[in-house]
Design a protein around this ligand. Sequence first.
Ligand SMILES: [Zn+2]
Length: 274
Amino acid sequence: MIYKLYPYGKRKAFNVTYDDGVQQDVRFVKLLNQYGLKGTFNLNSALAASEFEWIHESGCVVKRLKTEDIPALYAGHEVASHTLTHPYMHDLTKEEILRELSADKANLEALLGQTIKGFAVPFDYYSELIAKCVEECGFEYARISEESHSFHPQKDDYHWRATVFHCCKELEDLTQQFMESCEELALFQIVGHTYDLDIENKWDLIETIFRQISNQDDILPMTTIEIIHYLKAMDQAEITDQSIQNNSNLSLWFDIDHTVREVKPGERLFHISI
Ligand SMILES: [Zn+2]
């Protein structure tokens, strides 16, 4: 009996993917770090540069982080693009879309000194044209605004759905279901903006969830790109009754007859004793 696992023999993966890069991220990242969790943060470099702010109808001030504060804050987490200026992309030409994507990618890469591989769609408009542009600009995935409400890993990297929006009333139920889930390669991703936690008074709830997740030994905190790379590597593996061939450059992990086994990059593991 072969059962696919996440790295280090973990059965499940957890990630948060948060948009906009606002000041409330400071408190949020502190919580993630306190509980040993990993986030993906989707930023608009031009709005950071102008220190853009707006006032939510609740009175909450939503202000972007300063560009210079970005590298230190998100160290150890993933930074991804969320377009240059956060436009509704419905009316944009292909050239305008490409500019929003490529300029943001270039700015973030210059700021962080690393390749930006992920993209999260601003607002909720997405199209095949945008998906094509995302791929053309060299991003490896696009997280869209739709939720999956499922723990099953997504199949389409350019229409990637997180599990649940953090203000959704099913957040707590889904968290419990995930903790109890035995699904193979179960994945739980929470999506949101940290300013909602002020507006909706949900900081205690999110901390409770972080504590529960971090207390469960079989859950591995991962960034979105780490998850995508690992699932892709797993898809390339050749698994037969006799052996597992790892065709990727990442170690893969399996439960074979109740024993956790690592299959190193390029290795073939024979799992039937002769
Ligand atoms: Zn946004």
